[in-house]
Design a protein around this ligand. Structure first.
Ligand SMILES: Cc1cc2nc3c(=O)[nH]c(=O)nc-3n(C[C@H](O)[C@H](O)[C@H](O)COP(=O)(O)O)c2cc1C
Length: 213
């Protein structure tokens, strides 16, 4: 018999989806450790994700070393300085945003896409499906961590080639996500960028159409 969920469990899952947050350095508790067992549970959730042709094209690097984190933080700083100039009248607000928690989070996890050398079922027309599979794994991690009251923040303002070189990644691997993982002082009840009026939540009606665009 397949496992069926009750309406209470569905409601619980909805509340988990709603309560997931991107966490940045202003909310991580630097001195609260995250255990190896907790990281294992989060990684186990990652590899339960769907993947194109069951290719499971993910690789994870768990980082606790401060020197490695310092090097990645340096890449963020360089990239973020370049980014600020792109936001014209919002530049000042951009510069005030905290957009990572690399040093504050006790654990960082770099997530890579490792392409297969053989053709992959389902990936023959749209190559990007391999990378999308890795993104599914990241979402599993985000939700699993939240269910354990552990925060995750996704940092993408990085030079991927710099991160690959810092982590001695194989040439053909592609950086998909760089995650900061840690205990938090609080989980905000709305996205921080919404609270700070950087952007608004889109309504369901504004993004769904039927039969044609
Ligand atoms: C692919 C991806 C990349 C992201 N990169 C960053 C980033 O570099 N810095 C940052 O502060 N937040 C980053 N975020 C987090 C988003 O800003 C956040 O998900 C969004 O504002 C909604 O907030 P919530 O996740 O708390 O609901 C990223 C999220 C995704 C999905």
């Amino acid at each position: 018999m397949s496992l069926l969920f009750t309406s209470e469990q569905q409601a619980l899952f909805e509340s988990l989806l709603q309560a997931r947050r991107d966490v940045r350095g202003n909310h991580f508790l630097c001195d609260e450790p995250v255990s190896d067992d907790e990281i294992q549970r989060i990684l186990q959730a990652a590899i339960w994700a769907p993947s194109v042709g069951y290719s499971q094209p993910w690789r994870f690097v768990v980082i606790r070393d401060d020197q490695v984190k310092q090097q990645v933080a340096h890449s963020f700083k360089q990239e973020n300085e370049k980014a600020a100039h792109l936001f014209d009248e919002k530049q000042q607000q951009y510069q005030q945003l905290k957009l990572e928690g690399i040093l504050e989070a006790p654990v960082n996890i770099a997530v890579f896409y490792e392409p297969s050398t053989a053709p992959v079922l389902g990936q023959t027309s749209m190559q990007e499906m391999g990378e999308y599979s890795v993104v599914c794994a990241v979402q599993n991690m985000w939700l699993m961590a939240r269910s354990m009251n552990i925060g995750i923040g996704w940092v993408s303002i990085l030079n991927p080639e710099d991160v690959k070189s810092i982590l001695s990644a194989p040439k053909d691997n592609k950086l998909v996500a760089y995650l900061c993982v840690g205990k938090v002082d609080e989980f905000l009840n709305r996205p921080e960028l919404e609270q700070l009026k950087w952007d608004k939540a889109k309504t369901l009606e504004s993004v769904v159409s039927y039969n044609r665009f």
